[in-house]
Design a binder for this molecule. Structure first.
Ligand code: HSE
Length: 415
């Protein structure tokens, strides 16, 4: 419902980094009236007068004069309750909560179908990059072969600072937090969970496949060391956290989130700081590459604003690929070529490598390059994470010879 001046009215749930970003962009264009903002913490200092806020989400959910709700809180369980209630009342909602969406997509799609409401969530995936709208509106019918990219701004920022400025991991993480890129719980970023939730959402829109996030192979960057970064540099590569979903040669879908040695011939090599980059390979269109700010208050606020405008104009996702009769099935397994580094040689579990080469001269550190089945890595993931192992995928062009030569260079420099 519009107010007296003909403006549509929006209620905002959450006023953290994204909520404030949305508020700023809405103030800038003055096309919508922010009727109410719900926050949790009664003691926090805020840039608006206390009268702008309520602490009761039901005030917004039961306000029939609102045209739309923006759900921008960080707690995924609470977010689900709010979005579920709004959709059961046929309301229009936009959300930026990737974990909530990735873990509950079938229910959220069904609620929209059953009660006629709308849920848009572009801001949940790659900040300012319009990837979901591109997949929905442009590639809703064309078969896609692969979507891969850097989907987490914080971990990309950290890796960039380690590589380009020699910052320590802790310093870089702290900067990512201060700049508002990291989640309230940064383990979601550096553990690869955030990228995992995003690639699962992408897989549903791009391939019509809903994958439970816990079934996907995921390693993060929290264990990366200066030794790994130096090795990549000496090999002419950069370490990036890459999430991918691709149709393999047997027509099955492979999904994973892994640190990866990226070489200069990849578009992802030059995606730095908090930027995200998404490569898309379509059957007829060929390859495309989208790059933009993947985190931050205003870039993410801009994505929410785009959803708000689209939703108010009647736009809905049509989930064409999810509704298609024939969708891809998930691949049972795949062989991966990976680098593994871990301290404390004696504690490394006996992994079922198909082939493996050990290198490095430091007796305290194990560095391996080998091939291993995804299912085997998945099975040993907890153990490897507990040991502090760093794992990265290595492309074929970085031959064993090149990597061993790079390792020898880094050892000479360190000696
Ligand atoms: N924490 C997220 C990131 C924010 O760093 O990418 C944007 O989704």
């Amino acid at each position: 419902m519009s107010d007296k001046r003909g403006k549509r009215k929006i209620g905002i749930l959450g006023f953290g980094c994204v909520g404030q970003g949305l508020y700023d962009v809405l103030q800038h264009n003055q096309l919508l009236d922010v009727a109410n903002i719900c926050v949790k913490d009664k003691t926090k200092d805020r840039p608006l007068p206390a009268t702008a806020f309520t602490f009761d989400a039901q005030e917004l959910l039961q306000d029939q004069s609102l045209d739309l709700l923006a759900e921008l809180i960080s707690d995924p369980n609470e977010a689900l309750l709010l979005v579920r209630q709004a959709l059961q009342e046929g309301k229009t909602v936009v959300s930026a909560n990737k974990k909530m969406i990735a873990e509950n997509l079938p229910e959220l799609v069904e609620l929209q179908r059953q009660y006629g409401g709308t849920l848009l969530y572009e801001a949940a995936v790659c900040g300012s990059i319009p990837i979901l709208r591109t997949l929905e509106a442009y590639y809703g019918t064309e078969p896609l072969q692969e979507i891969s990219g850097i989907l987490n701004g914080s971990s990309n920022y950290i890796l960039h600072k380690l590589d380009a400025e020699g910052l320590s991991y802790q310093e870089a993480l702290q900067q990512a937090q201060v700049l508002g890129f990291a989640e309230t719980n940064p383990t979601l970023d550096v553990g690869g969970y955030d990228a995992l939730h995003k690639i699962c959402i992408i897989a549903a829109h791009a391939f019509g496949v809903v994958i439970p996030p816990q079934e996907v192979l995921r390693f993060g960057i929290s264990q990366v060391s200066t030794q790994d970064v130096a090795l990549a540099q000496a090999a002419g590569a950069r370490i990036k956290l890459v999430a991918s979903a691709k149709i393999n040669t047997q027509g099955k879908l492979e999904v994973q989130v892994l640190p990866t040695f990226v070489t200069p011939d990849s578009e992802l090599y030059a995606v730095n700081a908090e930027f995200n980059g998404v490569q898309l390979q379509a059957k007829f269109a060929g390859t495309q590459f989208l790059k933009g700010r993947g985190a931050g208050s205003h870039p993410t606020g801009s994505a929410v604003w785009a959803d708000v405008s689209a939703a108010l104009a009647g736009y809905k996702y049509n989930y064409a690929k999810l509704s298609a009769a024939a969708t891809a099935t998930v691949a049972a397994d795949a062989l991966l070529r990976v680098y593994l580094r871990v301290e404390h040689r004696g504690e490394l579990p006996n992994l079922p490598w198909q082939e493996v080469t050990s290198f490095g001269v430091n007796s305290q550190v194990v560095q391996l390059l080998g091939t291993i089945y995804r299912s085997d890595l998945l099975q040993h993931r907890q153990e490897l994470e507990a040991l502090g192992a760093f794992i990265a995928q290595v492309p074929d062009e970085l031959t064993e010879e090149k990597l061993l030569r790079a390792a020898a260079v880094t050892e000479l420099v360190a000696a």
